[in-house]
Design a protein around this ligand. Structure first.
Ligand code: ADP
Length: 632
């Protein structure tokens, strides 16, 4: 059973393995396609990200470049608004200017101002001859000139005062209250020149050799740290009052001087290149020992980049550039991305991550995965389907074999049962033929019975032999069997096969022999010869046996002059139980086992049988025996 199924099983297994290999290859192609599609998508995302990053770099650089000259000016001029600017020099923050006041008890500046404001007081210097003592002397001259209305004396005293102020640097804590008291006195007692006041209060004086004397507005702003908040506020109000009185612009001064205290920014160490500082609120660039910076609105800059990329057709309406911490599509926009790194408040611009968000990528990603899943499902389904088909085919094959086996067993057991009665009938018919052969009343009946019984006995023998060969129960007893003996035995055998005359021709058989089991070889040739007679409408029936040897093999051909076998039937006729539609039209009976058995007999001998030629005038079967010498 297993032996029979083995070729089918091997074919199924190899076919199934090939199919599995094919499906696995297909699946790996699908996986490659998916990876390529994802890689393409990732590459275009990367390119857009790089483009966006480049645009960010350019935009921030442009904003700083546009502000750089303002930074330089604001570093010198405290009246300029430095809110958005950043300048660090040698580690010290210049802009925005830190605003802090002295925590001094009392109000020394206010007191000094009050003392000097009264024309009648005349404070005595602690160190006679010092610049401050000289300054107090000048005040005296000035007050005297104002109170006496001595215009020439006033002019001289004022010029000397300015010259002294340009020549000696006196602490702002003394100088500013001093000057304010003097100017208030001047304003109260006389009518100072507005240009002079404007220069003193706001513009300052350009002196010889490129020197500049600072105005009071600027001096107070620069000397903020020397005063307590109370003193500073007092002096500021005095300056503002004087400005108002003399029509001197003061709005910027007022704004700067009214700003609340401001601590230096926690910038940390300077970065090696362009960076974002303080959670992305400043863009900074180092330049030697200095660090220039400008306050930026990163979300606005990024939104501007999105809009520009949309205009250029690089992004669709639904797409946007966002600041993101990682490569994840859905990561939230800042501030997480541009916060303090371990090294401080700076984050190098190169480390800032920009993401391009696009719903179409998400959709594309999903559709790539969905397509891959679908293809995988199809591959698996095909695999399962093939498995089911293989199982079904195997089971059908098994059933078919089982059915054929049952059929053959049944036929064999029926045949076995028929053997004894048929032998008895043959004996009786022979006896009847012998005893009443000449009686005209009996006629040809005993002979016909004998012929039919012979035919039936041949059929039964055929079936039983086939069964035992098929089951492997036959033990081969090979010997050199002379060919002419085999052929001459047939004459008698064929008498029961046909009523036509039979002419058996032995061609080149003299002295020839084939190596094989004599009983099986006789059965083989009897089947071929009987078929040659049965499927034949000629009279006489001519059967020709011819032997030739080629390349050590013995080729025995059996040729009849029968009706022939259609070419499409030439292989099928060797299948067990297969019978062609009766070609003779005489209703020839048979089992369909004869040629199947012939093929098995040849196989047992290590040889082959085939239809070598066939046509309307006859058929030639060729028996190919392996080259064992008959003398061996
Ligand atoms: P059976 O003769 O019992 O039908 P076989 O296996 O001997 O079974 O033959 C199978 C079929 O081959 C026959 O039914 C017949 O149609 C065809 N056949 C066999 N031998 C010949 C032949 N010599 N000439 C024509 N047809 C043949």
């Amino acid at each position: 059973m297993l032996r029979r199924l083995l070729p089918t099983l091997i074919i199924f297994t190899v076919g199934f393995a090939l199919l599995l290999w094919g499906l696995a290859t297909l699946q790996s192609i699908f996986a490659q396609e998916r990876d390529q599609a994802r890689e393409q998508m990732e590459a275009s995302r990367r390119a857009l990200r790089q483009l966006a990053h480049q645009a960010l770099r350019e935009e921030l650089g442009r904003q700083l470049e546009a502000t750089r000259s303002l930074i330089r000016r604001a570093a010198k001029d405290p009246l300029l608004d430095d809110e958005r600017l950043l300048l660090v020099e040698g580690g010290e923050q210049i802009l925005p200017r830190p605003i802090r006041f002295r925590a001094a008890p009392g109000l020394p500046a206010k007191e000094l101002y009050s003392t000097l404001r009264s024309p009648d007081t005349n404070p005595a210097p602690r160190e006679p001859g010092s610049p401050w003592a000289q300054r107090l002397g000048l005040r005296r001259r000035f007050v005297d000139a104002v109170t006496s209305g001595d215009l020439h004396g006033l002019e001289t005293a004022f010029r000397d005062l300015l010259t002294h102020r340009a020549s000696y640097v006196i602490s702002s804590a003394l100088d500013i209250p001093y000057m304010l008291a003097l100017l208030d006195l001047f304003t109260a007692l006389s009518r100072p020149d507005p240009t002079l006041m404007r220069r003193l209060l706001r513009d300052g004086f350009d002196l010889d050799r490129g020197q500049h004397m600072r105005s009071l507005q600027r001096s107070l702003l620069l000397a903020q740290g020397r005063f307590s908040l109370g003193d500073f506020s007092f002096l500021r109000d005095r300056i503002l009052a004087l400005c108002r009185a003399h029509g001197v612009p003061h709005h910027d001064f007022s704004a700067r001087a009214s700003a609340p205290p401001r601590r230096p920014l926690a910038l940390g160490p300077a970065p090696p290149g362009p960076a974002l500082a303080l959670g992305g609120s400043y863009y900074v660039e180092p330049a030697g020992a200095r660090l220039f910076g400008v306050r930026v609105s990163l979300p606005e800059v990024v939104e501007g980049i999105s809009a520009r990329m949309r205009r250029m057709g690089l992004l669709s309406e639904a797409d946007s550039v966002v600041l993101g911490a990682g490569p994840g599509e859905g990561s939230p926009p800042l501030p997480g991305a541009v916060t303090k790194s371990a090294s401080g408040a700076m984050r190098l611009l190169d480390d800032v991550s920009l993401q391009v968000r696009s719903p179409r990528w998400r959709a594309l990603h999903k559709s790539i995965s969905a397509r891959f899943r679908l293809k995988t499902m199809l591959t698996v389904s095909v695999g399962l389907l093939v498995l089911v088909i293989v199982i079904l085919a195997a089971s059908l094959q098994h059933r078919r074999h089982r059915y054929l086996q049952l059929k053959s067993d049944f036929v064999a057991s029926v045949s076995h049962e028929l053997r004894t009665p048929l032998t008895s009938i043959r004996l009786l018919a022979e006896t009847m033929q012998r005893r009443a052969g000449g009686d005209p009343r009996v006629g040809q009946y005993p002979l016909r019975i004998l012929k039919d019984v012979e035919g039936l006995i041949f059929l039964v023998e055929n079936i039983l032999s086939f069964n035992s060969i098929d089951r492997g129960r036959f033990t081969l007893r090979p010997s050199a069997v002379p060919c002419d003996e085999l052929v001459s035995d047939l004459q008698e055998e064929l008498a029961s096969a046909t009523s036509a005359r039979v002419e058996v021709r032995a061609d080149a058989l003299d002295g020839e022999a084939v190596w094989g089991d004599p009983e099986l070889l006789r059965l083989l040739l009897a089947n071929l010869a009987r078929n040659g007679c049965l499927y034949n409408n000629s009279d006489p029936v001519v059967l020709t046996f011819h032997l030739r040897r080629t390349r050590g093999r013995a080729l025995l051909s059996v040729t009849d002059n029968g009706v022939g076998i259609p070419s499409r039937e030439r292989e099928k006729i060797f299948d067990e139980f297969y019978r062609s539609p009766d070609p003779t039209g005489r209703g020839v009976r048979g089992s369909g086992l004869g040629l199947a058995m012939c093929r098995r007999i040849m196989k047992l001998h290590g040889g082959k049988i085939r239809v070598a030629r066939s046509g309307p005038h006859g058929t030639t079967f060729e028996l190919d025996f392996p080259g064992r010498s008959p003398d061996a």
